[in-house]
Write a protein that binds this ligand. Structure first.
Ligand SMILES: [Zn+2]
Length: 249
């Protein structure tokens, strides 16, 4: 890792009071969360179910084959015992210090909140909340987890219980989008990590950023590399941890 860049990143953070972190799957994979979009995830899903993950995670598929949906969903989203990694922990620390104003994430695993982050906008929803598809009653994750991939049903009306996860074919939550846009539009530093920015609506949201400095941490190239003040190709956990350590007490 380039120590000059780490020092510059720390300086940018010191001068910031409204930094926003925008993160994708790469933040979670460093915690051991399985990425269904990865080559392995795609291959194994097609081999087992005959269709790619994007089809299983669609609204129409959920409605027509909830049994297959939940078999897949349990395996990828509920079975994991993933814990926050140094990136999640460093971001929570930055919020506590009054440097970071918000985390905007494409992940649904709740690891930012587990690390202590408070202002988190989960663009694609969360595996921690559920509601009955028919009567709207809310249910805790435990009720779904204990079925180990079986289809959870509402004990009041018998309807199927759906995760508060944004499925393909579904619109994003307006309040979440508004919150994310507001945070990004007033940000004085943008940190982007673990995302190639190819997934909707990532690139669109970043257009609201009016600040100058962008710090980009991703293993592969992105369309924002040329716009960024600093680009790291290292593990996001290591970059964030080392940078926050430089801030001192
Ligand atoms: Zn119900």
């Amino acid at each position: 890792m380039d120590t000059v860049d780490i020092k510059r990143f720390a300086e940018l953070l010191k001068g910031s009071r409204r930094a926003v972190f925008f993160g994708g799957a790469g933040v979670s994979t460093e915690s051991g969360v399985k990425d269904y979009r990865s080559e392995d995830g795609l291959y194994n899903t097609v081999k087992q179910y005959g269709v790619p993950p994007e089809v299983i995670l669609s609204r129409s598929f959920f409605e027509s084959s909830p049994d297959v949906f939940y078999d897949f969903y349990y395996k990828y989203f509920l079975q994991s015992s993933a814990k926050p990694n140094p990136a999640h922990i460093a971001l929570a620390e930055l919020e506590k210090r009054g440097i970071l104003s918000a985390v905007v994430t494409q992940n649904i695993d709740g690891l930012h909140q587990a690390a202590g982050s408070k202002n988190v906008f989960e663009l694609h929803g969360t595996v921690y909340k559920y509601h009955c598809f028919r009567c709207g009653r809310e249910f805790p994750i435990e009720k779904v987890k204990e079925l180990k991939g079986g289809v959870p049903r509402c004990e009041v009306c018998g309807g199927i219980i759906k995760p508060d996860v944004v499925l393909y074919e579904e619109p994003l939550d307006e309040d979440v989008i508004t919150g994310a846009v507001t945070a990004i539009a007033s940000a004085d530093l943008m940190i982007i990590g673990g995302t190639s920015l190819a997934v909707y609506p990532a690139a669109g949201l970043l257009r609201y950023y009016r600040g100058r400095e962008i710090v980009l941490i991703n293993r592969s190239e992105t369309q924002y590399d040329s716009r960024a003040s600093l680009v790291f190709r290292d593990k996001i956990g290591e970059v964030m941890q080392q940078t926050v350590e430089l801030l001192g007490d």
